[in-house]
Ligand binder design. Structure first.
Ligand SMILES: [Mg+2]
Length: 187
């Protein structure tokens, strides 16, 4: 089978990683309880920043957020390596900006994720993901972002949501821990 994965906040805990970096850079100590209760994807409101200030800060720290020691979600790397070992095809589809293509691919490899030639797609907008997912004729696709998932509902593939605080209203099949993946695939 062919399985596609978003990266940020689907396979790796990027927003929480960024939350720690924001605390450090802003000299604040906002608790993780605030993070876990965030109703939206953006983290700037937890630090009293406007959308514009938050956007600027994210942009200025983006390299550090992306390429420092962001934690992967438990069992994500193992689950994907097990898929490949069983003969399945693993694809990555990330809307990180195009200039991050090579470094993001390398980061995945350095962190133990299986990345086959031609299985890594980066630099499309959220609304363009659907075209790649459709062309690849995936059997499964996993993402955390409600606006992306909403563009996929007409596709004849199994769409699954990675559980996060801001997507609990979605009624799609849900992955809370990557250990659940084999069971989810068995239906
Ligand atoms: Mg994501």
């Amino acid at each position: 089978m062919k399985l596609g994965f978003d990266i940020d906040d689907t396979l790796i805990n990027l927003r929480e990683h960024a939350f720690h970096i924001y605390n450090q850079k802003l000299g604040q100590n906002v608790g993780l309880d605030v993070f876990h209760a965030l109703p939206s994807m953006e983290i700037h409101s937890a630090f009293g920043l406007t959308k514009e200030e938050g956007g600027k800060l994210w942009h200025s720290l983006r390299d550090e957020i992306y390429y420092s020691d962001c934690a992967t979600f438990p069992h994500a790397r193992e689950a994907l390596n097990q898929l490949v070992a069983k003969g399945h095809e693993v694809y990555y589809i990330t809307a990180r900006a195009k200039e991050h293509t090579d470094r993001t691919r390398q980061w995945l490899l350095d962190n133990g994720f299986p990345v086959a030639e031609g299985h890594f797609f980066c630099g499309m907008s959220d609304s363009e993901k659907v075209h790649i997912i459709e062309q690849l004729e995936l059997d499964y696709y996993f993402d955390d972002k409600p606006t992306v998932l909403a563009t996929l509902s007409h596709l004849p593939i199994q769409i699954c949501v990675k559980d996060r605080s801001y997507n609990r209203h979605l009624t799609l099949p849900r992955i809370t821990s990557w250990e659940e993946l084999p069971r989810l695939m068995q239906g």
